[in-house]
Write a protein that binds this ligand. Structure first.
Ligand code: ADP
Ligand code: ASP
Ligand code: MG
Length: 408
């Protein structure tokens, strides 16, 4: 008998029929003698629908009210799934985040889980019940409803698995595992049998939304066995593992992540003097805008260009701040471009192989794709390119690094 935490994503609970199919599936696990805690997302599209209604009223609603609103999506699915289980004669009870309770800080819309009291869940499990928990939400010290950021149900599931010391946390979704790249973009993408936490964290950070970043961090920190599987197809899925395989044949690159979520800002003609990066990025940081990639050229004649990327949603705000900075510094002008994309190669194999960057750049060059920015870490290389070349670039790199070929 195992204690398993299962999470079903939005498309897996997108209709009443699917919710009933999920209940059937849970019934099969119970009949094998397992104890099950289930986490569900809102029905697919529901969170976006709720956000859309809020935006019709106010451009910038208060985060507290946003969380009261968007947390309702998951309250619907926990109740419906519990009813579907009851219909099968299975004892089950639904819980909102606050009822568990899942205690978070007060950072509305991006709250962090601080503590989970698992005692009452244990009581329900011991009484033979399925515990059905709303994903993506918690409660702050003042009793306010909080949410964990988009895709946060993954984190709820991993955090519950950590608190309960579950045998496995299973993330059920609409793909049968983690692929070499998004299978919706590259037909020849392959499912990986396993991927390390470190690689998965980098894939998620660089834009692969199959798992929320925080969920991977949590699983790594608390050593939660984590698996991604298809909700309605049998298969082993992908296991996220701690160990790097000691395998000389291991491919250099494990996967390709990409994102359209960033925008690029350039301050042209700034004086090339000490302290300039601070003078530019200080006000951006003060406005709580996160900066990702940064490039500063060496000035040829005492002046230089300074370029960095931020989240696309914050481009307008960042541009306004930079225009003031440009005036103060006597810079020439400010350019903003949100038609960019970032493509990243990820793999622990990079540590022991040279020449990954040059192979990447060669492959992009042969497709005529211009590289606008580059950044690297030990297990990742990212480039910023024009958004219109994104799919071409990902397909070319997928082929160049032979990711479509089964690992030997
Ligand atoms: P859920 O609603 O179940 O949480 P998501 O839409 O958040 O599902 O995540 C699953 C989707 O992630 C897939 O449909 C796929 O298009 C996308 N995806 C992006 N990168 C990858 C990848 N490397 N492997 C698998 N899926 C990926
Ligand atoms: N329903 C939330 C979202 O769409 C959380 C989740 O699905 O994980 O972001
Ligand atoms: Mg998701």
């Amino acid at each position: 008998m195992a204690l398993i935490v299962q999470k079903y994503g939005g498309t897996s609970v997108g209709t009443v029929e699917r919710i009933q199919a999920v209940a059937d599936k849970i019934g099969r696990f119970l009949s094998e003698g397992h104890q099950i805690v289930v986490v569900v997302s809102a029905m697919s599209g529901e969170t976006n629908r709720l956000i859309g209604m809020a935006k019709q009223i106010q451009d910038d609603p208060t985060p507290r009210e946003m969380d009261v609103l968007v947390s309702t999506g998951e309250q619907v699915t926990i109740a419906l799934l519990s009813m579907a289980l009851h219909k099968l004669g299975i004892d089950a009870r639904s819980f909102t985040g606050g009822q568990v309770p899942i205690r978070t800080d007060s950072a509305f819309m991006k709250a962090r889980i601080e503590h989970i009291d698992e005692q009452s869940m244990r009581g329900d499990l011991a009484a033979g019940r399925v515990v059905v928990v709303a994903g993506f939400q918690g409660i702050d010290p003042e009793g306010n409803i909080t949410t964990l950021g988009r895709g946060g149900s993954d984190t709820t599931a991993v955090a519950l698995a950590a608190a309960l010391k579950a045998d496995e946390c299973q993330i059920y979704t609409d793909v049968d595992g983690v692929y070499t790249t998004d299978p919706r973009v590259v037909d020849s993408a392959r499912r990986l049998d396993h991927i390390t936490f470190e690689e998965m964290l980098e894939m998620a950070s660089q834009g692969s939304k199959v798992l929320q970043i925080r969920s991977v961090e949590f699983a790594g920190k608390y050593n939660v066995p984590l698996r991604v599987l298809h909700s309605f197809q049998e298969g082993p899925g992908t296991l996220i593992t701690v160990d790097e395989e000691v395998d000389m044949e291991k491919p250099v690159i494990s996967g390709i992540a990409f994102t359209r979520d960033e925008a690029k800002l350039t301050l042209r003609g700034v004086p090339d003097t000490p302290g300039i990066a601070y003078k530019i990025l200080g006000p951006i940081g003060d406005a709580n805008i996160e900066v990702d990639m940064i490039v500063q050229n060496v000035g040829a004649d005492g002046a230089t260009d300074f370029t960095f990327t931020v989240h696309r949603n914050e481009m307008a705000k960042a541009k306004k701040i930079l225009e003031q900075v440009a005036k103060d510094l006597g810079a020439r002008d400010v350019l903003a471009d949100d038609k960019i994309a970032k493509v990243s190669l990820v793999g622990v194999g990079m540590r022991s192989h040279a020449g990954v960057a040059s192979r990447m750049f060669q492959s992009l060059a042969s497709e005529g794709v211009n590289i606008e920015m580059i950044s690297t870490s030990e297990i990742k290389i990212s480039v910023v390119i024009a958004e219109k070349y994104l799919e071409l670039a990902v397909r070319a790199l997928h082929a160049a690094f032979e990711l479509d070929k089964p690992a030997s």
